[in-house]
Design a protein around this ligand. Sequence first.
Ligand code: FAD
Length: 380
Amino acid sequence: MSSSDVIVIGGGLVGTAVAYGLSRLGGNITLLDEGDDAFRASRGNFGLIWVHGKGRGAPHYARWTRESGRRWPTLAARLRDETGIDVQFEQPGGFHLCFSDAELEARSERLAAVRDEVGGDYPFEILERAALRERLPQVGPKVVGASYSPMDGDVNPLKLLRALHAACTQRGVVLKAGHGVERITHADGLFTAHGGGRQFRAPKLVLAAGLGNARLAGQVGLNAPVGPSRGQLIVTERTRKLLDHPTGHVRQTDEGSIQIGESVEDAGFDDSTTTSTLAELACRAVASFPMLGRLNVVRVWAALRVMTPDVCPIYQESTSCPGAYVVACHGGVTLAAAHAFRIAPWIDGAAAPDELGAFRGDRFPVADHPAQALDRHHAY
Ligand SMILES: Cc1cc2nc3c(=O)[nH]c(=O)nc-3n(C[C@H](O)[C@H](O)[C@H](O)COP(=O)(O)OP(=O)(O)OC[C@H]3O[C@@H](n4cnc5c(N)ncnc54)[C@H](O)[C@@H]3O)c2cc1C
């Protein structure tokens, strides 16, 4: 039996960002992670810090995302100062390319609606082809225009995960890899996480187990109906600097390779790749930037998003088991700063951020299944 002040279950980007934020506030924290057998979106994502276009009809989500993007420079600087790891954060602004006038029109209308819903302060531009070519000369002839926002950027997501782990360890968080939690009990104000013959006890417990939250939440009176949404990605050989800005589907990594994303598929828990989908991704990338057609592909993979029915995050403290929290989301790279600097203080006892009321897990019926309600347009 081990005791601490807080147990965080899940060592992906969400759990480590929360644990890092909590560790800055003091207290003994234990982070339990199932390990390599689990699905781990944090090891297979696209690495965008993406704001513009997210959250139409959900201004709380649009604001939450925008505010996280604004806190990202602080997160990157603190991780570099504390760990020496440069997570390669850049925020040069991102482009969303459109391939028809109708698509560009719909994009313009969508962004204007989100800007109105959040009450302004939502910078973006709609660029017709000629204006786009001045800013992004590499675009192909099929691209008719784009939206651009200075709010967007990217990061090396694996370095981010490593930096968060290192920062947690340096601040005294006890990381227990290979500790899958099978069961949680609650008695006398204490939670006990049981798994692999070990028990961990604390007065506070944070569920940050990605897709594993769906099973664990009900054990502490919470509801987290997350489900898998498959995304396939391609990475090319390294090349000279070709792109100064990320787009929603193509970005150049800090190591020089071109990363091409990403499908949105309902494939259950199957995280294998398919040639037909990868071919579609490659075609769209080459239509976006024809010079990519000369590059060799070196690796492809698929990973499962942690998707809620309305694509917005779930943040809630349990009413029947106070002290138990759930933190589940898609967009865990973008939202890492919000998790470290806004969610962690709330779990530590500070007032809840204004947006949080709208993110409760009990907004969904308990039996709801995410795949049924997936709105693909919210994703990217
Ligand atoms: C293809 C793809 C592209 C993406 N692109 C982007 C992007 O560009 N920008 C962006 O912001 N987001 C992106 N995302 C989303 C982002 O990757 C996720 O939101 C984020 O990684 C979720 O982190 P997590 O910690 O909740 O989940 P995970 O990374 O899945 O981690 C969950 C962890 O919990 C552990 N666990 C599970 N069950 C248990 C248990 N019972 N006991 C103990 N531990 C347990 C697992 O071992 C795992 O380490 C993308 C996702 C995918 C799949």
